[in-house]
Design a protein around this ligand. Structure first.
Ligand SMILES: Cc1cc2nc3c(=O)[nH]c(=O)nc-3n(C[C@H](O)[C@H](O)[C@H](O)COP(=O)(O)OP(=O)(O)OC[C@H]3O[C@@H](n4cnc5c(N)ncnc54)[C@H](O)[C@@H]3O)c2cc1C
Length: 398
């Protein structure tokens, strides 16, 4: 069957990454449809929801997409990052001043980002939303791809952008393999109130069981992301707030005084899923569908947003957004950034979750080198900011 093309671009998945692409492409002349399986969320944002640390590159991209002004009131600036290892003296700190920028990044409630993107999508003229609807079939028809939805309808588009998450059904329908590794760890996420001001400093503290991150929120609260082996996480989810607060405080130490209150806890299983290819005929995988990472370095959405920026830059004005040369160019533009960030994140998890004595020394000297050696500092800082993966048109690329 070769029925008419209904859309130029079909985005599958309306999570943070798919919605960001939809907002950006709604400014183009393409007919865009976004297909999202879940019904819209009902509950309003609250202070103990999961937060996302956006780096400087992501802030620039969201500003460019016109979304940043709506996010600014909810954003807590990250002015510095302090990295240390429990039981060792080596530590390092990166400051926004040394990078010559106002903030290294911003911490934001995930729901606030989602709400801003949803509002921007609502205002867009040439964007169609199919929600709830799930893609269940895919047929490459040469000049377009036919997507079958679970409500019995179909969409025929020149390009399918799959932003349908780590267990991407589009990736499966395309027969693209993915490397999957279960870290056997969970991250427990909650909010804490602090008895001393955090002054905009984010902390990453490595322990032999896994890292603990404390990321500033407004009003001397912080997001606490504590990673630990899955069995330990199950016990920590069962214990009382008081026990959990004391245990977290013992790991973090007293540099921000006492944790005076604790928000609701939620545990996330952690795995790495890296797709073996990010393009197929008239299809592209972006965000978690392309690579899903351990949150240790807070890179998942930041990297996914750079996928969006690079893809949008290529397809926005293209006559045929699914042209093979365009997709090949996109895949090659993402190779280095993807490899660097997925590799670095995995290295961090493995190096800092290992008790081998040699590795312990290496970690110590790694932190010392990062605090002393200018080229190492500069490379780490630029990676942290996300500048190494920005499209050239954003003007801060090497
Ligand atoms: C504890 C934790 C902390 C994190 N902290 C940070 C951080 O500080 N900074 C950062 O950058 N990243 C962070 N991340 C990573 C970040 O949350 C993810 O990278 C990001 O949310 C992925 O978004 P996505 O849109 O690619 O995928 P998803 O959020 O998984 O969205 C996929 C969407 O596709 C839909 N879908 C699935 N299948 C279909 C289908 N067949 N048809 C239609 N729709 C479908 C789903 O309903 C879903 O809405 C963290 C992750 C965790 C677990």
């Amino acid at each position: 069957m070769n029925s008419a093309v209904t859309h130029d671009i079909a985005i599958v998945g309306g999570g943070l990454v798919g919605a960001s692409l939809a907002v950006r492409l709604a400014r183009s002349r393409h007919r865009v449809v976004l297909i999202e399986a879940a019904a819209p969320p009902q509950s309003p944002p609250s202070w103990d929801e999961r937060c996302i640390a956006l780096n400087d590159a992501s802030q620039r991209i969201l500003d460019d997409f016109g979304v940043w002004p709506a996010l600014r009131p909810d954003a807590a600036a990250i002015l510095a990052t302090h990295i240390s290892e429990k039981g060792r003296f080596g530590s390092t700190r990166f400051d926004a001043d040394e990078a010559g920028i106002a903030a290294l990044g911003y911490n934001l409630p995930l729901r606030a980002i989602g709400a801003a993107l949803a509002a921007a999508m609502k205002q867009a003229g040439n964007l169609e939303l199919r929600q709830p609807a799930r893609v269940v079939a895919l047929d490459d028809q040469g000049d377009a791809v036919l997507l079958g939805l679970d409500d019995g309808s179909a969409v025929r588009a020149r390009l399918v952008a799959a932003a349908d998450g780590a267990q991407s059904s589009v990736r499966t329908l395309l027969g693209i393999a993915a490397e999957q590794r279960d870290y056997r760890q969970h991250a427990i996420v909650s909010a804490v109130r602090l008895s001393r001001p955090h002054q905009g400093v984010a902390y990453e503290r490595f322990t032999p069981d896994g890292p603990m991150a404390l990321i500033p929120k407004p009003d001397d609260a912080a997001s606490l992301v504590w990673t630990m082996p899955s069995e330990q996480a199950a016990a920590m989810m069962d214990c009382t707030d008081e026990h959990y607060r004391a245990a977290a405080q013992a790991v973090f130490g007293g540099r921000l005084g006492r944790f005076t209150a604790l928000g609701a806890r939620r545990a996330w299983p952690l795995s790495r899923v890296v797709s073996e290819a990010v393009v197929a005929p008239r299809c592209v995988l972006i965000g978690n569908a392309a690579q899903s990472l351990h949150p240790v370095a807070a890179q998942g959405f930041n990297l996914g947003l750079r996928d969006v920026a690079h893809l949008a830059e290529r397809v926005a004005a293209a006559a045929d957004p699914g042209a093979p040369a365009l997709l090949a160019d996109y895949a090659s533009s993402r190779r280095t950034d993807r490899e660097r960030v997925t590799g670095f994140t995995d290295l961090l998890v493995r190096a800092f979750s290992n008790r081998a004595p040699g590795l312990s020394q290496a970690r110590h000297w790694g932190l010392v080198a990062a605090s002393l050696a200018p080229p190492i500092r500069e490379a780490l800082l630029r990676q942290h900011l996300g500048h190494l993966g920005l499209p050239a048109s954003r003007g801060v690329v090497s």
